[in-house]
Ligand binder design. Structure first.
Ligand SMILES: NC(=O)c1ccc[n+]([C@@H]2O[C@H](COP(=O)([O-])OP(=O)(O)OC[C@H]3O[C@@H](n4cnc5c(N)ncnc54)[C@H](OP(=O)(O)O)[C@@H]3O)[C@@H](O)[C@H]2O)c1
Length: 274
């Protein structure tokens, strides 16, 4: 990890603990799902550092409490609530928390995903397909729909879905159904963006490559499997979560005010054509 950090510091030209932030999201309220760890936590941290008030959430109360404590210790405006994205009452509580604590919603980052089983797509049991689509796609659609009245009250807003490079090029033997669910998010982005563009509600997507988090741990479990991954990454390294959160912050900011329906790929050069 320290070797990786040295390379990243060199590449990025600044320490990882001190990524740029300029208050560009001041006055905005953001909901980020699955944001107590990994990419979601980095997104919550970055949006808060950029001035937004952020509601963090995930399934486990202790994770929510510790994420909120960490962010509050940095002086950020945050709140937290338990939300399993496929539970309607939890989504309702998440939205209510943003409304009650911060007075509305401007930004939704739909980041949660599940992958309960590995294997080729057509060999996956139906329950695996259902679970993956319920969490990765249907919950993203439902939460977007439920947040819409709040974005409309603000006369505009921004939604970002977290897809994956595997949505473009499936890791079929290992993550078949998961890959298909991530392709679906590319379609949801396009369709919702067209529907909402005239209301100044922008819908975009980020497709990360392989990022060092618990979620990708199984792919990196041995030196050999990590070497195999690196062979397919032109930049010859994996990403860290902060390299994804900056892209999200850009997309939800006014710097991206004329961008909607797009997916930004942050994959170290891995191929991204459907
Ligand atoms: N890591 C990668 O290489 C990679 C690459 C491309 C795309 N992505 C995508 O990036 C997103 C985040 O992945 P990650 O790697 O950051 O994962 P991670 O480090 O494993 O973090 C997972 C987070 O999600 C929460 N969570 C899990 N299931 C949830 C659910 N049903 N509802 C609400 N919260 C839930 C967890 O907290 P609790 O346990 O408390 O719920 C935790 O905060 C996912 O959409 C993933 O598909 C990841």
């Amino acid at each position: 990890m320290s070797m990786l950090k040295t390379i990243l510091n060199k590449v990025l030209g600044r320490p990882l603990s001190n990524m740029a932030s300029n208050g560009k999201l001041r006055g905005k309220v953001a909901i980020v799902t699955a944001s107590t760890d990994g990419i979601g936590f980095a997104i919550a941290e970055r949006l808060a550092a950029d001035g937004a008030s952020v509601v963090v959430s995930s399934r486990k109360e202790n994770n929510v409490t510790s994420a909120v404590e960490k962010l509050k210790a940095c002086g950020y405006s945050v709140s937290g609530v338990v939300c399993h994205v496929s539970k309607a009452s939890d989504r309702e509580r998440l939205i209510k928390e943003a409304q009650d604590k911060f007075g509305g919603i401007d930004i939704l980052v739909s980041n949660a995903a599940a992958n309960p089983g590995v294997g080729p797509v057509l060999e996956s049991p139906e329950e695996v397909w259902d679970k993956i689509f319920e969490v990765n796609v249907k919950a993203a659609y439902l939460l977007s729909k439920e947040v819409l009245p709040y974005l409309r009250k603000r006369h505009g807003g921004s939604i970002v879905y977290i897809s994956s490079i595997l949505g473009f090029e499936p890791l079929g033997q290992l993550l078949g159904v998961y890959s298909v669910s991530k392709t679906a998010l590319l379609g949801l982005t396009k369709a919702a963006a067209k529907d909402l563009a005239s209301e100044n509600i922008r819908v975009n997507c980020v497709a990360p490559g392989i990022v060092i988090t618990k979620f990708s741990a199984a792919l990196r479990e041995s030196k050999e499997s990590e070497e195999l991954l690196l062979q397919n990454i032109p930049m010859k390294r994996l990403a860290v979560p902060k390299e994804i959160s900056g892209v999200v912050s850009f997309l939800v900011s006014d710097d991206a005010s004329y961008i909607t329906g797009e997916t930004i790929v942050a994959s170290g050069g891995m191929a991204s054509r459907l």
